[in-house]
Design a protein around this ligand. Sequence first.
Ligand SMILES: *Cc1c(COP(=O)(O)O)cnc(C)c1O
Length: 428
Amino acid sequence: MANLVESQRWFEKALTLMPGGVNSPVRGWGAVGLTPPPLIARGAGSRVYDVDGNSYLDFVGSWGPLILGHAVPEVVAAVQEAASRGLGFGATTPGEVELAQLLVEAVPSLEMVRLVTSGTEACMSALRLARGATGRARVIKFDGCYHGHADSFLVAAGSGVLTQAIPGSPGVPAEIAALTLSLPYNDLEAVQEAVKRHAGEIAAIIVEPVAGNMGVVLPREGFLEGLRQLCHQEDIILIFDEVISGFRAAWGGAQARYRVKPDLTCLGKIIAGGLPVAAYGGRRERMSPVAPSGPIYQAGTLSGNPVAVAAGLATLKALQRAGTYEQLEEKGAWLEAELVRAAARGGAEITVNRAGSLLTLFFCRGPVNDLEDAKKSDLNRFRQFFQGMLAQGIYLPPSQFEAWFISLAHGAEDLEATAAAAREVWGR
Ligand SMILES: *Cc1c(COP(=O)(O)O)cnc(C)c1O
């Protein structure tokens, strides 16, 4: 194993200062049985470097935003240039208008957006808008989908999920959790039944149109279309949480890839290229009730921060060049095929789910269509695979239930090194 002396020193100190030594739970590496996690000093292109000087080929990409890779010169230059003009003003800047324009042009269902600071905030605000617009309180989400950590979304599903929502986290009042119904992903019938049972009470259905937070799970044919139709019929607001899939599943997000238009869309991650900006939006009439043009309150001191906006604009402009999504698709398809081939040769039973440059390798027989399927993955085998890959310098998301993020910086040699590492792990 790599020398992690400096990481150990920093992590021990971090443990005394931050819960679990981290500022977001997935960074702890508990799920892969490794401590300390490497503390990262810097990144460049497809690689990250830890404080001990070890280098890793990175498939986390800051959990999605870095679709161009780390410290890409044109993004860094845009950030430096913006920073030199001031870090923020609490007033509208031209960059915000440009970013809003770009989002509206790219994402089919958007005519107007509100920029916020995190994906959590985007989803929470979209739900408030849906509740305010419909005058209803309940929301339907799907098991294994993640929409940030607002109270309404931290609801796990038991088997009697329709009647008995249970808090997924202590601190979420049962009264709030009871308003959230969590249903199996891809199960349109369960949604129809829930909508019938709670007729006239559902404000919104929120869904990751390509799920990325139980590992990658694709929408089955007809699922998104069915949600769309049902929401039309019942005057329910359909919210696509495209915080991962926006500008990842396709330039216009999953809604462009699958040609289904939601009423509200949440964006984050890629739209700020690694800095904190997110957004929610929809048609003009749908967004106009938001303050100050309407009564539904939502605000933010750092919303649309000019430095973060500059990173987003530079990232999206680079992505806009011809051929980028074809390249991402090619990289993803190549890696998927090589992983499948290597597993078959090594006698390892796996299933790969993929949308473009987003993929997850499950250690079970497929198909993986929902959380229950995803949970069949053998976590011991995942842990061994993760450790085996890490030993060869491949830094994968340290959880079975996350996506690998391939970037434009991942070259053919990087992908070949990854496939070779997998062959090595499965060859043993
Ligand atoms: C990451 C993510 C969020 C939360 O975004 P934060 O910026 O971490 O608050 C919400 N929804 C989805 C689909 C995500 O992947």
